[in-house]
Design a protein around this ligand. Structure first.
Ligand SMILES: [Cu+2]
Length: 135
Protein backbone atom coordinates (compact mmCIF):
# COMPACT_ATOMS: atom_id res chain seq x y z
CA UNK A 1 0.00 0.00 0.00
CA UNK A 2 2.69 2.43 1.01
CA UNK A 3 4.88 1.64 -1.98
CA UNK A 4 2.04 2.08 -4.45
CA UNK A 5 1.38 5.62 -3.14
CA UNK A 6 5.03 6.52 -3.65
CA UNK A 7 4.94 5.16 -7.17
CA UNK A 8 1.85 7.20 -7.95
CA UNK A 9 3.40 10.39 -6.56
CA UNK A 10 6.64 10.06 -8.47
CA UNK A 11 4.71 9.20 -11.62
CA UNK A 12 2.67 12.38 -11.30
CA UNK A 13 5.78 14.46 -10.69
CA UNK A 14 7.33 13.03 -13.84
CA UNK A 15 4.32 14.03 -15.90
CA UNK A 16 4.42 17.57 -14.47
CA UNK A 17 8.11 17.91 -15.31
CA UNK A 18 7.49 16.74 -18.86
CA UNK A 19 4.60 19.19 -19.22
CA UNK A 20 6.73 22.06 -17.92
CA UNK A 21 9.54 21.24 -20.32
CA UNK A 22 7.23 21.06 -23.28
CA UNK A 23 5.48 24.30 -22.41
CA UNK A 24 8.61 26.33 -21.87
CA UNK A 25 9.80 26.10 -25.45
CA UNK A 26 6.65 27.24 -27.20
CA UNK A 27 6.58 30.96 -26.19
CA UNK A 28 10.00 31.46 -27.80
CA UNK A 29 9.46 29.30 -30.86
CA UNK A 30 6.80 31.20 -32.73
CA UNK A 31 8.06 34.78 -32.58
CA UNK A 32 10.07 34.73 -35.77
CA UNK A 33 13.07 36.45 -34.21
CA UNK A 34 12.13 40.09 -33.98
CA UNK A 35 15.28 40.98 -32.09
CA UNK A 36 13.44 42.54 -29.17
CA UNK A 37 11.80 45.29 -31.17
CA UNK A 38 8.34 43.97 -30.43
CA UNK A 39 6.98 44.47 -33.93
CA UNK A 40 8.70 47.79 -34.62
CA UNK A 41 11.21 48.02 -37.46
CA UNK A 42 13.44 51.11 -37.59
CA UNK A 43 13.64 53.14 -40.80
CA UNK A 44 15.69 56.15 -41.91
CA UNK A 45 13.28 58.40 -40.00
CA UNK A 46 11.89 56.05 -37.33
CA UNK A 47 13.36 55.09 -33.97
CA UNK A 48 11.96 52.05 -32.15
CA UNK A 49 11.61 51.86 -28.40
CA UNK A 50 12.75 48.38 -27.36
CA UNK A 51 12.95 46.87 -23.87
CA UNK A 52 15.15 49.62 -22.43
CA UNK A 53 16.86 51.03 -25.50
CA UNK A 54 16.20 53.24 -28.47
CA UNK A 55 16.95 51.51 -31.77
CA UNK A 56 18.91 52.92 -33.48
CA UNK A 57 20.63 54.84 -30.70
CA UNK A 58 21.97 57.37 -33.19
CA UNK A 59 19.91 58.62 -36.10
CA UNK A 60 21.09 61.22 -38.63
CA UNK A 61 18.56 63.21 -40.65
CA UNK A 62 18.41 66.47 -42.57
CA UNK A 63 16.80 69.58 -41.10
CA UNK A 64 13.03 69.73 -41.46
CA UNK A 65 12.56 65.97 -41.50
CA UNK A 66 9.92 64.59 -39.10
CA UNK A 67 11.15 61.75 -36.89
CA UNK A 68 8.80 59.11 -35.51
CA UNK A 69 9.40 57.13 -32.36
CA UNK A 70 7.37 53.95 -32.11
CA UNK A 71 6.95 52.06 -28.86
CA UNK A 72 7.42 48.41 -29.80
CA UNK A 73 7.02 47.25 -26.21
CA UNK A 74 4.07 46.83 -23.88
CA UNK A 75 5.48 49.28 -21.33
CA UNK A 76 5.41 53.08 -21.23
CA UNK A 77 8.42 55.10 -22.37
CA UNK A 78 9.14 58.79 -22.92
CA UNK A 79 11.22 60.71 -25.44
CA UNK A 80 12.55 63.64 -23.45
CA UNK A 81 15.28 66.03 -24.54
CA UNK A 82 18.46 66.25 -22.52
CA UNK A 83 19.74 69.55 -21.12
CA UNK A 84 22.55 69.08 -23.67
CA UNK A 85 20.09 68.96 -26.57
CA UNK A 86 20.02 71.79 -29.14
CA UNK A 87 16.28 72.18 -28.53
CA UNK A 88 13.93 71.11 -25.74
CA UNK A 89 11.14 68.66 -26.59
CA UNK A 90 9.18 65.95 -24.83
CA UNK A 91 6.72 63.30 -25.81
CA UNK A 92 5.23 62.81 -22.37
CA UNK A 93 4.22 59.22 -21.71
CA UNK A 94 4.09 56.99 -24.80
CA UNK A 95 2.10 53.86 -23.98
CA UNK A 96 2.87 50.46 -25.47
CA UNK A 97 2.24 50.50 -29.21
CA UNK A 98 2.06 54.29 -29.30
CA UNK A 99 4.05 56.75 -31.40
CA UNK A 100 5.53 60.24 -31.05
CA UNK A 101 6.51 62.55 -33.89
CA UNK A 102 8.83 65.53 -33.82
CA UNK A 103 10.24 67.69 -36.59
CA UNK A 104 13.72 69.13 -36.21
CA UNK A 105 13.93 72.40 -38.20
CA UNK A 106 17.42 73.36 -37.02
CA UNK A 107 20.73 71.57 -37.51
CA UNK A 108 22.31 70.36 -34.30
CA UNK A 109 22.72 67.47 -31.91
CA UNK A 110 19.59 66.43 -30.05
CA UNK A 111 20.30 64.16 -27.10
CA UNK A 112 17.27 62.60 -25.48
CA UNK A 113 16.39 59.93 -22.95
CA UNK A 114 13.50 58.01 -21.42
CA UNK A 115 12.65 59.51 -18.03
CA UNK A 116 11.47 56.08 -16.84
CA UNK A 117 14.47 53.97 -17.90
CA UNK A 118 17.22 56.55 -18.21
CA UNK A 119 18.53 59.78 -16.71
CA UNK A 120 19.88 63.05 -18.04
CA UNK A 121 23.60 63.68 -18.40
CA UNK A 122 26.04 64.78 -21.11
CA UNK A 123 25.19 62.57 -22.88
CA UNK A 124 22.22 61.02 -21.02
CA UNK A 125 22.58 57.56 -19.51
CA UNK A 126 20.44 54.44 -19.49
CA UNK A 127 17.73 54.44 -22.15
CA UNK A 128 18.85 57.29 -24.37
CA UNK A 129 19.56 58.29 -27.96
CA UNK A 130 20.77 61.04 -30.23
CA UNK A 131 19.28 62.67 -33.31
CA UNK A 132 21.92 64.39 -35.43
CA UNK A 133 20.31 66.99 -37.67
CA UNK A 134 22.33 68.13 -40.67
CA UNK A 135 21.67 71.40 -42.54
CU1 LIG B 1 11.67 53.70 -21.24
Amino acid sequence: MRSSVITLASGAAGVLLLAACGGSTSPYGGGGGGGGGGGCTPTATKVCMAAATFNPTNLTITAGTPVTWQNGTAITHTVTSSASSTEAFSSGSVAGGGTFNHTFPTAGTYNYFCTIHGADGTPPIGMHGTITVQP
